[in-house]
Ligand binder design. Sequence first.
Ligand code: DC
Length: 252
Amino acid sequence: MTTDSTDSTPPGIARPTVRTKSRLIVALDGPSSSGKSTVGAEAARRLGYRFCDTGLLYRAVTWLAVDRGVTPDQVAALVPLADEIRLVADARRRLRHVEAAGRDVTAEVREAAVDRAVSDYSKVPELRAALVPRQRGLASEGGIIMAGRDIGTIILPDADLKVYLSASAEERATRRAAQRNLPPDDPETVQILQELRRRDAIDTGRATAPLRRADDAVVIRTDGNTFEQTVAAVTRVIRLAERAKGVASAGR
Ligand code: DC
């Protein structure tokens, strides 16, 4: 797909392809609570891109499985649940809401019970395989920021730009705690940190599609950043990639 070999494209940005499309396909990966979904959705708003939070797919399947009493090892019952999940677009075509069996479960899938269980369901290779075509289908028309764990490595290995958001577990736990108005030394903050570490270990250690930075990803370290600084950094690399590919920028 590469069109030239004398390329001066900055590192992390895939070289121009023969595809004709007006906007890029951007893979945005990173660990739990690295800010992928909030940062990605805001960058998409500013740039006029669609946005997809693929974590919602795994969360909604988990919610439905727990609701129906299906455990991660009951693969034959688990995989068809994926067909009952639907991502719902907002007015800006951002897929930030999810329905399970026809019911909006966006709030439910963020609850602690789903947080605890989701990594174990996400490990199941057959479930992951069932979700691959849906994610690729969403990205195929371009103009999308897709957030997840394996977007740059497995789902969209030919993405125009791959961004990996990284932050220490301590920083991520502190941010989560702050959202709940908890001080850093609160026992609940310590618990949040332990839970994040446990999920990191499962997400990075699983056999199928583990969380891993793609070799050609731009890494944005967010420790000490404000939300605005991280959004600005992500927006900047997307604009750079657009310029490198001759795509006209939109948005502000
Ligand atoms: O991004 P998140 O915390 O909402 O993701 C929830 C879980 O889903 C996370 O534990 C790992 C899994 N996940 C995944 O395995 N692959 C993705 N592309 C997105 C999420």
